[in-house]
Design a protein around this ligand. Structure first.
Ligand code: GLN
Ligand code: ZN
Length: 776
């Protein structure tokens, strides 16, 4: 039996890699210095794992930006547009400055007369981690370009005094996760050209003394076609034939193998990894005679790599024992369910008892604690009488009992309310057309009403004031006075430029989820619980540990204050239940659905309070609705049912003349348009300008009945759009949707922008709406 790990967080427990990279990008430190920062993180990670008792330690799981981009660099899949940069760099020493090329691919490059666009980025399966999408052309060639994997293998050997297990994104998933840049070919056709490079990599690793190689093939958790399945058989058949001595471990995670299980079992690999957290049932599925009679080992992913709760050691021990009884100890590896890159580094860095009380902390395990859990499980299996491991087990079981019974988790009133929830609670009183008439009568809005998505620039002053307030350097009174002044300015300014539905500006909010989490019971907050989102960007998700309850109104005060300043409608601004759920670590002791509906009830109460406070327009943001979709289609309906229900619970309870808005960022809407219509928001604003309104087609084809505000300009860039281009976009929109249903707004919130461009852009937008009104 082997205790192993699939990958470790590389950002550093105090985000050392983030700071190093950002300083390097700003030209403040040298390449040697940023490389040294990486080396220190790798070494510290390796030693941490070794000291914890992990026997087979991953290498090449480190990355300066993203592991998929690493693979692109390794196999030389560099898009042609970067050739001028390579020519410049190679003029000195061929391939000497791969790091510059690498960061250019990730972030774009505007220097020395070049202006190169970054490669696209997208979500890694259903995580909040984003990878850089490989770009392929029909004449794509691959060559071994980067030595990173060999260097890190060597470095690990020096550090650990033993051989580590190189982690490679498998060739099939690497191709499938990429994109054809031109049509006319299938990226899987490139497999024959790609495999020789993988073989070169394995040859060299074998020469360096490698024993195990981990191939991550998480696309085995998706719905696959027959051709895609055949690519797996071919790939691993070929690698096996060429490398009879290397031990190949195949890892998929985040879902069941499902109908790919038979394929996976047949692959001639030495070990197959199972994510037993997301799919506990697949252990029984696999422990059937045809598998048991083979030699293949099983890597049992029993420790949750996607969430921050302690493991149930007794349960995991039983699971492992069940596998051992069937196939014997020699064929078992113990592991986290997936790479630990999706959880924060170390619970021991958490010292602020306000965010996480000692009671809550005893229920949590971050990456470093998860290593201990794996090691403890290995000990419990090998030496059932080991005193230390048994003491850990006892404490672990006590923590679970305490968690089940804790009053900070169980709020009977919330549970009862959830049980009593009916379809009726998810229903506005009147149908949309009835509501629309009443809202128009009440709000007196022109055709093409103008509005914004909620936030205004979070200036230096806004950030500085908040941080001083948090540190106690500013009193509540001082801070409130500041927010009040910012809000008043924003209202005056919106009136001046002539917007129709105003917002208060969200100056009091740090983050659209954290802000609500801090005001709701049942949420905890870490100080250093950072998880890599993309490149040097990290997020610190709140931790939902208990039944969610709203002790008092959360947004009424600022909404009401803003409304008191103007006769124009001010839109109340809330984050929706699905988004709060999606961007938090969620409790694992009840279904996600239940947690989501509890949040929905809290938001519902807030919506009702806003209405009672005289707010006639209320926006409930749901940018994360689509990203919550399960990986396999067969599970979509179940998810969409409760997600839509949660939104509707939040939005119902107000009178028909109160207008409910929702907002979603850029997403593929086509396949969920029915669910979006089911939300039955009176108005939805969406990000569309980058796609030149193409995204609207989904709404048009569906004959989307309610009002809609397709974003008319991209807020991600400081560029000020012209009146004419926004008029053009509006005309495009009127070609596919009725003009009376259209709103005019930017793509998303403006918090990352500065005031000068915001002012110019919104003035032009108001002008564009006026022009559009004259045109119809
Ligand atoms: N109301 C939020 C804002 O304006 C919405 C942000 C989002 O869609 N991600 O910032
Ligand atoms: Zn948005």
């Amino acid at each position: 039996m082997i205790a192993h790990n699939l990958g470790y967080p590389r950002i550093g427990s105090h985000r050392e890699l983030k700071w190093a990279c950002e300083q390097f990008w700003a030209g403040k430190i040298t390449r040697q210095q940023v490389q040294e920062a990486g080396r220190q993180i790798r070494q510290s990670n390796w030693l941490t794992q070794q000291q914890a008792g992990i026997e087979l330690i991953p290498c090449n799981d480190f990355s300066f930006y993203d592991q998929v981009l690493d693979m692109s660099l390794t196999v030389g899949a560099i898009p042609n547009r970067f050739q001028p940069l390579r020519d410049q760099l190679d003029a000195d020493r061929p391939n000497a400055d791969l790091l510059t090329l690498y960061f250019a691919m990730a972030r774009g490059y505007q220097q020395n007369g070049l202006d190169l666009k970054a490669m696209e980025m997208t979500k890694w399966f259903d995580t909040n981690y984003h990878y850089i999408v490989p770009e392929f052309t029909a004449d794509q060639s691959f060559t071994l370009l980067s030595e990173k994997i060999f260097e890190e293998f060597e470095e690990a050997k020096q550090t650990l005094d033993t051989v580590a297990k190189p982690v490679l994104l498998g060739p099939v998933s690497y191709l499938l996760l990429g994109k054809e840049k031109k049509t006319g070919f299938d990226r899987l056709d490139l497999l024959d050209r790609l495999l020789p490079v993988y073989e070169q990599i394995l040859t060299q690793l074998e020469n360096q003394g490698a024993d195990w190689i981990q191939f991550d093939e998480p696309t085995l958790s998706l719905d696959l076609t027959d051709e895609q399945r055949a690519a797996f058989a071919k790939t691993y058949g070929q690698l096996r034939a060429k490398f009879p001595k290397l031990k190949l471990l195949l890892a998929s995670y985040f879902e069941c193998y499902g109908d790919n299980l038979n394929l996976a079992i047949q692959l001639p690999v030495d070990a197959l990894h199972l994510d037993l957290v997301r799919c506990p049932s697949q252990l029984d599925d696999i422990l059937q005679p045809d598998f048991v009679n083979k030699q293949t080992r099983l890597s049992l992913g029993v420790v949750d790599g996607r969430n921050i709760w302690i493991n149930d050691l007794a349960k995991s021990q039983a699971t492992i024992q069940r596998a051992i009884d069937a196939i014997g100890q020699e064929r078992v590896l113990i592991a986290p369910s997936c790479s630990l890159v999706h959880v924060p580094c170390d619970l021991d860095s958490e010292t602020n008892e306000e965010g996480l009380t000692p009671e809550i902390k005893q229920w949590l395990a971050f990456a470093r604690q998860k290593l201990d859990e794996i090691a403890t499980l290995a000990t419990l299996i090998r030496e059932p009488d080991n005193a230390e491991a048994n003491a850990t087990l006892t404490a672990n079981q006590a923590a679970h009992t305490a968690r089940r019974q804790s009053p900070i988790i169980n709020r009977p009133a919330v549970q009862t309310r959830l049980k009593q929830l009916t379809e009726e609670d998810a229903q506005r009183t009147g149908a949309f057309t009835q509501r629309q008439a009443l809202q128009h009568e009440r709000l007196h809005l022109p055709l093409f009403p103008t509005t914004t998505i909620g936030s205004f620039p979070q200036t230096e002053a806004v950030r500085a004031n908040r941080s001083k307030f948090k540190k106690g350097e500013k009193s509540v009174e001082e801070y409130d006075a500041f927010i009040q002044q910012e809000t008043e300015q924003a209202i005056r300014w919106q009136e001046e430029i002539g917007l129709d539905v105003l917002v208060h500006g969200e100056f009091e909010r740090n983050d659209m989820v954290e802000y609500f989490g801090e005001l709701l019971d049942g949420f905890g907050f870490s100080e250093n619980g950072w998880v890599q989102s993309y490149g040097s960007r990290c997020v610190k998700p709140p931790i939902i540990y208990g039944d969610v309850h709203r002790p008092e109104p959360m947004t009424v005060r600022w909404a009401q204050y803003a409304q008191s300043l103007t006769s124009k409608p001010v839109k109340g601004m809330l984050t929706g239940p699905v988004t709060i759920l999606q961007w938090s670590f969620v409790r694992d002791d009840q279904p996600r659905r239940d947690t989501c509906l509890q949040i929905a009830l809290a938001i519902h109460d807030e919506v009702v309070d806003l209405e009672n406070a005289g707010i006639g327009v209320i926006q409930i943001d749901e940018p994360a609705l689509r990203e919550g979709l399960p990986l396999r289609r067969e599970n979509w309906d179940t998810y969409l049912n409760w997600a839509v229900m949660a939104f509707r619970v939040a939005a119902s309870g107000v009178q028909d003349h109160t207008q409910i808005h929702t907002h979603m960022c850029y997403a593929e809407f086509n396949d969920i348009i029915g669910a979006i219509a089911d939300l039955d928001a009176d108005v939805i604003t969406i990000e569309t300008s980058r796609s030149q309104m193409e995204l609207l087609d989904a709404f048009a084809r569906f004959a989307y009945p309610n009002e809609i505000g397709p974003g008319v300009y991209d807020i991600h860039s400081p560029r000020v759009p012209t009146v004419q281009e926004m008029v053009d976009l509006l005309q495009k929109a009127t070609n596919v949707l009725p003009a009376r249903n259209l709103w005019v707004n930017p793509d998303c919130g403006l918090k990352t922008r500065r005031w000068p461009e915001t002012t110019e852009a919104l003035k032009n937008m108001v002008q564009a709406a006026q022009t559009a009104r004259e045109l119809v």
